[in-house]
Design a protein around this ligand. Structure first.
Ligand code: FAD
Length: 336
């Protein structure tokens, strides 16, 4: 393999119902920095059906070039058609780097493509840098988050990495940017398509995604019961927040998987993060430490969460929350 033939930083752009996902814009933001350091091009790879009119958006968020594949076979994410399309583009273009969001789609797609391209993949990176040798330094938590490992892919190309939503920053949109938009034709091998889309059943509850919430009220084992979690929901309603949780409460069956903050859950970066009855295990901190302002309530004054919190309150969360909710509802009545 002649490594010098491989050029450019390529970002897989994820869309759902033709809506570009935030993580892809965040990766364009980081990819711009990597491409500039290398003096290479930043390319958005956009797969879907009837998506052409969105390509300019990707240029406004930092791409130099957009390669899109427009096909009814790519309307909804299915592993095989997407893996075939991304592999075909990579074989033709020979990228130096490919970045993919570590979403359920990206986690399914990236390993298959890396295997087909016979290269490595570093999953769930929290930092991406370029070394003096012009290699990508891919850093991710290892051994249950107890140390950060920096991984390189010295002998194979492309260098592939997945990054969780909320870890990188997107650039400010610049509608004056110009770039090239190219359609790519893929010869799909439909005999390999073993899975068909039949129906979509949407969850009836309309919950805000925790990674998009401005304020999160997060509860841990210290909250204890589903009944006590109602206090968190009332607080969230009072202040326009969304409820999330530590893994302990997911394991206890009190909260759904989509509400989990942390290393094996979602990375969040709200303006305000309430950590209520959460000890502050390293795997939890890894998912919320970038929050603007952290308020913790814990009855143990030695709890690790207080090392990360901006405001710490030592006390029983199940006694403090009803009092706080009471005061907040009085305030809102005064406003009326
Ligand atoms: P605990 O650690 O049990 O803490 C409960 C806290 O509540 C204590 O500090 C206690 O003092 C306090 N408390 C008790 N009663 C009250 C009260 N009445 N009022 C106020 N405070 C009270 N965890 C995650 O959260 N997210 C992850 O993504 C994640 N990924 C993991 C991945 C791996 C590979 C591993 C090994 C673990 C992972 N964990 C994750 C689990 C993590 O290590 C912790 O076990 C978990 O975060 C603990 O949750 P907790 O803080 O709610 O519970």
């Amino acid at each position: 393999m002649n490594l010098n033939e491989y050029k450019g930083v390529y970002i897989f752009i994820e869309q759902k119902s033709r809506e570009i996902q935030n993580v892809s814009l965040e990766l364009l933001g980081r990819g711009r920095g990597l491409a500039d350091t290398l003096g290479e091009e930043l390319v958005a790879v956009f797969l879907g059906d009837k998506i052409k009119d969105q390509c300019q958006n990707l240029i406004s968020y930092g791409a130099d070039r957009v390669i899109y594949v427009d096909s009814p076979l790519l309307d909804r994410y299915l592993t095989e058609p997407y893996a075939q399309a991304l592999t075909a583009i990579s074989e033709f273009e020979k990228p130096n780097i490919i970045l993919v969001g570590a979403t359920s789609t990206g986690r399914d797609l990236a390993p298959r493509v890396s295997a087909r391209l016979a290269t490595g993949l570093t999953a769930d990176c929290t930092s991406l840098e370029i070394s003096e040798e012009r290699e990508m330094l891919m850093t991710r938590p290892a051994f249950g988050g107890n140390l950060m490992a920096t991984i390189v892919c010295p002998d194979h190309r492309p260098q592939m990495s997945s990054v969780r939503p909320g870890v990188m920053q997107k650039l400010a949109v610049d509608t004056t940017r110009t770039g090239e938009i190219i359609e790519f034709g893929v010869n799909f091998d439909e005999s390999k398509f073993k899975v068909r889309f039949i129906d979509e059943v949407k969850e009836t509850k309309q919950l805000v995604k925790i990674e998009d919430a401005n304020i999160l009220v997060s509860g841990g084992r210290g909250v204890g019961t589903a009944q006590n979690f109602k206090n968190l929901e009332i607080l969230a309603d009072n202040i326009g927040a969304t409820v999330s949780s530590s893994r302990a409460m997911i394991d206890a069956g009190i909260m759904g998987h989509d509400r989990q903050v942390g290393q094996t859950g979602k990375t969040v970066r709200p303006d305000i993060y309430f950590a209520l009855g959460i000890s502050g295990a390293i795997q939890h901190i890894a998912g919320m430490e970038e929050s603007e302002y952290i308020i913790a309530i814990n009855k143990d004054k030695g709890a690790n969460i207080f090392n990360t919190a901006d405001l710490g309150i030592v006390g029983d969360v199940n006694k403090i929350l009803p009092l706080l909710n009471n005061e907040l509802s009085k305030l809102s009545q005064q406003k009326v």
